[in-house]
Write a protein that binds this ligand. Structure first.
Ligand SMILES: [Zn+2]
Length: 300
């Protein structure tokens, strides 16, 4: 009898050991630039370091949308949107099959984001006008590196458009290249379309105070305060940007706008670090997810 228990114990040890080997055989292929690694599974946890593509780390465990990775001398958590899973197969199947499997596993990662409780596709069929600030001869603010606000706002609107369209929104851009568009035609478009929401996209700058960072959201009509709270809250939750709050302000594009409208100042390009950050795919993705979550709350 004792011998039998001894063997059962050995067998369960072997079993548990092989399971942990299987889990360890999953690798996270990093896709986000300067991806934050946190001490726990959530944005409330401290950032302990950052990782970059094409680095790859063993996945130790998963929790919700987060995965714990092994960095060698320490461990930390990363968000599923910024890596894909590479499963190591010992039986050496042909490469094609492995590729298919990887595709499927990254698909399921994307799907689980979509079924996230904050998203319910209430944005489907809604008309959203995205207005990339400035353009053409009006370059807007000039960043610490010499980059133009007008280029950053266009790139931002294009990434945001993709995200909103993925969830069924009808998205219109007031410009889709580096052209000058007068303020009035930006809003006329919105009013004529009877857009459900208009978002003017800008980046801030205070060259005399280069340490200033963070995101501001402006609204004008009382009607749009709730919209401002949702969208701003979404962006702040999903990015690690400093929260400068929402504010009622009499800005031209908001004043002549008869539709629900906001002006987003998505960061300070006069700050060297923030100018770099707002150009990263990781930031643009996180910001877009934040806007999406905010709009879905608003339309619900
Ligand atoms: Zn601007």
């Amino acid at each position: 009898m004792k011998r039998k228990i001894f063997f059962l114990t050995i067998i369960s040890f072997v079993f548990i050991f092989s399971i942990s080997l299987l889990i360890y055989a999953k690798d996270a292929q990093i896709e986000g630039e300067n991806l934050n690694v946190r001490s726990g599974p959530g944005t409330d946890y401290d950032i302990i370091t950052s990782v970059n593509p094409p680095e790859q780390y063993p996945v130790l465990e998963e929790s919700g949308e987060w995965a714990k990775i092994d960095l060698g001398d320490h461990q930390g958590w990363i968000h599923q949107d910024y890596f894909s899973i590479t499963e190591e197969s010992e039986s050496q199947n042909d490469d094609k099959k492995m590729e298919e499997e990887n595709e499927r596993s990254s698909d399921s990662v994307a799907n689980s984001t979509e079924t996230h409780k904050q998203l319910d596709n209430s944005i489907a069929g809604k008309k959203i006008v995205l207005d990339p600030g400035h353009g053409g001869r009006d370059v807007g603010a000039i960043g610490a590196s010499g980059g133009f606000e007008s280029d950053y706002t266009l790139k931002t609107a294009q990434v945001l458009r993709e995200k909103l369209e993925e969830h069924g929104a009808d998205v219109y851009l007031t410009r889709n290249n580096n052209q000058y568009v007068p303020l009035t035609s930006r809003t006329t478009h919105t009013n004529l379309l009877r857009a459900d929401v208009y978002l003017s996209i800008h980046y801030n700058s205070t060259p005399e105070l280069p340490e200033v960072q963070g995101i501001d959201t402006y609204y004008l009509s009382e009607r749009d305060q709730q919209l401002a709270e949702y969208v701003h809250g979404g962006i702040i939750n999903e990015t690690d940007m400093h929260d400068r709050g929402i504010e009622q302000r009499d800005l031209h594009v908001l004043r002549v706008n008869h539709r629900p409208s906001l002006l987003l100042e998505l960061g300070f390009i006069s700050n060297e670090t923030e100018e770099k950050k707002i150009q990263s795919r990781a930031f643009l993705e996180a910001m877009s997810r934040g806007v999406l979550i905010g709009l879905e709350q608003y339309f619900r």
